[in-house]
Design a protein. Sequence first.
Length: 424
Amino acid sequence: MSVEPILRSGFTIAYDDVQTPARFPAVRDGHAVKRITCVHQGCELYGSDRSFCETVRTIRAAYPTAWIDVVLPKAGPIVAMLEEAASRIVIEPVWVLRRRNLARLATIGLAALPMAVARALRRIRASDLVYVNTTVVADYLLASRLLPGRTVVHVHEIPEGAALKVLRGLIRWSRAHIIFNSRATQAAFAMPQDATARVVYNGISGPAQPNPARYDGSRPLRLLMLGRISRIKGQEVLVEAIRRLPPAARARIELRIVGGAFEDDAREAALVAQIAQAGLSAQVTCSPFVADPDPLYRWADVVAVPSQRPESLGRVAIEALAYGIPPLVSGIGGLTEIVEDGATGWVVPPGSAEALSRTLAEIVTRPDTWAGYPAAARARYERVFDASLAAEGITGMLRLTFQREQAGPCEVRAPVNAPSNPAG
């Protein structure tokens, strides 16, 4: 594919173009320009996408004169959020390990892997530092081995079974520096103790003012579930929990499920059918993904994250804290590092519609028992998950990586198991 630059107010999107060192601006304001590449596997604005945007902004703030290329597999809503921080956005193939495509990747996809690794290697060679937003970007992790000391991989997932073995092997092979987004993620990958790694909790730029604490039981509870529709997230468990409520309590809940399935219309249709069969169509609505969730958080009294499989952390739960909304989460993965059960929200066993139903009944019928949760939720966000704390941890790892690249990969060491913003 030929290069097709699109100029908008001086900003460039390039298609399938590998930048060589000679084409970077070498000097700016009398200083050598750092060359940074940031690689992401998606193009939407779900939690991992928004986290990537915030990291790119953090990198720009730390290195204001750097040339920053952002590599995406295709254009999408995320582009508009990256324009201010990126020097250029490059749309080019990225070899991503997705569960839904494993059979194709293991057959037809393997033919494209050598070319993908070669492309990634050229870009790593052309960069002083490469930030990879997830372990599933296999081509960059494979290529990183050949130029160690330049790549930082940010681990945002807790895979299971064979997938965990494959991704753990990729990280070890890559010799990349590692940022884990939670202690749970670090524990799942069980990396060797001589790895250069840090735990840095995802932070967000929350609203200046949280929601007022307003639920007193005089109206239906406004319950929000935001995110992809998938077997992992547990939308069907939440619907079943509401169905199990006594009629009087069930009538006092209004639920909004916002998001869509990734290339899976059948899953979305099955969820709508479940809601109808449970007789909940009047009080449970399903809406497509929205780029700006602020109005939804302003509407909600409680945010539900009933995940059935391990969440590496849980951005939606953090966003809820920022708005002063108590989250109702499953006790699995990094979610337990976000929510303090009985203080800032509720933690229930994963996959248990019965336990979730009992907790919802308590929330609806006894609002006095959690009157202090909203203020405590906001305070925890400010103490642990504010964007400035995450920026400090990420910037520290980037500086270490630059230092190691200049000194040589064996001359500088960083402590393992040293969270930059530990939960208080």
